[in-house]
Design a protein around this ligand. Structure first.
Ligand code: ADP
Ligand code: ZN
Length: 432
């Protein structure tokens, strides 16, 4: 097994990629027009018909689909093949509202698993590996996706699901897990538990594939040091299949988008204008191979930058930066845009762990923001004067980053509740 799962596709020339995308786009638009009355209605409203779409240059003529469209058309409105052709449904985690469900044909499942297999191989996986899948199994796509990908590569697959940390550690040690797949917050939790038990040198872990939620470079360094592995990012969303829409290669400098299945665009979220590579904006995807749930110009609300510079790994698919939060993740506090990822960067730079919580409230018509973060073994103190000094230091760094003041509370190690799936980092009491 080389370092690619599907070398011909992963290293295709730009011309080949564009030609393939154009051909598949034309077919997919026709498929949507014929089988999705909801989307056909949107196209008609915009005055576009399938004959207007002859290739990727015409993409911008097509209407967008938003999460709200999926909710309005719930549950069957975006299913484009008869139910008898579908073999699976999966559902979003509902991080930002009502869950969305997506349908899959067998070939949709296969291509999704192929995308995940590419991610595993890019992280150094071969059939000699033992892949420990601690993403949740079930409706959430994390477990099922990496599980299928691991099978395709031929790895020994441990379908651990999340939770039961004792059992996770026992299997990891007894079966010699080499690649760990889970959310970055759960990886950090497992890393703490492993170091507390002092069993790190009894493990064979070499790599981790972590995604489903935002995590910073600082958190990557923490996890890599804590577990003695290389930690790779993986991105995806249920609406497009699940994890594996994009994945990191050996360079760890952005995630290659599987452009043979998804066309990526970056738009200005306010004006909807398409932005060139290198500009920051909202990521929009068109799925060109999925049959059961073919989303065209789907607005992800994830904010990031695309980069088409040549990657030393040899892959030719464009790379996306780590999402810098979702457009709807962004908090507006005292009129200022605040992304949780900015706060995480400050905390980790100052040596705190990523166990933090942001509590936003409104008192007497004024927004308040409190950042609670755990002290850890390296900076723990129970001297109140010392704690106040440390809190002030965090406060100043936050003010420099965000431009507004925040209340900082250093709390005892392990006092913030851990999550086995996606971490809950923001508590916005203003909505309640
Ligand atoms: P939900 O929107 O309910 O969380 P999903 O479970 O399908 O639905 O999660 C998809 C979302 O998770 C993405 O749109 C993105 O915001 C986030 N996400 C997935 N992978 C990553 C990643 N590697 N880095 C940052 N965010 C990610
Ligand atoms: Zn690369």
């Amino acid at each position: 097994m080389g370092k690619y799962y599907q070398q011909e596709i992963e290293t295709a020339s730009r011309d080949q990629i564009i030609t393939r995308q154009s051909e598949l786009l034309v077919k997919q638009v026709r498929h949507a027009w014929d089988n999705l009355p909801y989307y056909r209605g949107k196209m008609e409203e915009k005055g576009v018909c399938p004959e207007d779409i002859n290739g990727i240059d015409d993409l911008k003529k097509l209407p967008f689909i938003t999460k709200n469209d999926l909710r309005l058309a719930y549950p069957y409105g975006f299913r484009a093949v008869p139910e008898s052709e579908c073999v699976r449904i999966q559902s979003t985690s509902g991080t930002t509202g009502k869950r969305v469900i997506a349908f899959y044909t067998q070939s949709d499942v296969d291509l999704w698993e192929e995308c995940c297999a590419r991610a595993i191989v890019a992280a150094g996986g071969t059939k000699e590996d033992v892949v420990h899948v601690s993403y949740g199994y079930g409706l959430f796509t994390g477990g099922m996706g990496l599980h299928g990908g691991s099978h395709k590569v031929g790895c020994l697959t441990l379908p651990m699901s999340s939770g039961n940390t004792e059992r996770q550690l026992q299997f990891m040690e007894d079966l010699g897990s080499t690649i760990l797949c889970c959310t970055p917050s759960y990886a950090q939790y497992l890393s703490e538990a492993i170091n507390e038990k002092g069993i790190k040198n009894r493990l064979r872990l070499k790599a981790g594939i972590f995604g489903a939620e935002p995590w910073s470079e600082e958190m990557r360094r923490d996890i890599e040091a804590g577990l003695g592995i290389r930690a790779y990012d993986i991105y995806g969303l249920t609406e497009l299949s699940g994890p594996g829409v994009a994945f990191e290669c050996s360079q760890q400098t952005g995630m290659h988008i599987n452009e043979d299945h998804f066309i990526a665009e970056i738009i200005d979220p306010d004006t909807e204008e398409v932005l060139p590579y290198g500009r920051k904006g909202e990521l929009v995807f068109t799925s060109i191979t999925k049959k059961a749930f073919p989303l065209i110009r789907y607005r992800t609300r994830d904010i990031c930058v695309l980069n088409d510079e040549k990657c030393p790994c040899g892959r030719t698919h464009v790379k996306m930066s780590k999402p810098m939060g979702r457009s709807d993740d962004m908090l507006i506090v005292k009129g200022v845009n605040v992304f949780p990822s900015q706060i995480e960067t400050v905390l980790l730079e100052l040596g705190y762990s990523s166990n933090y919580q942001i509590v936003v409230d409104r008192v007497n018509l004024t927004d308040t923001i409190e950042v609670r973060v755990e002290m850890n073994a390296n900076n723990f103190s129970d001297d109140l004067g010392m704690i106040t000094k440390m809190e002030n230091k965090v406060l100043q760094a936050l003010r420099a980053m965000l431009g507004i003041g925040a209340k900082v509370s250093l709390v005892a190690p392990k006092s913030i509740q851990r999550s086995e799936g996606k971490a809950v980092r923001v508590i916005d009491r203003r909505k309640i």
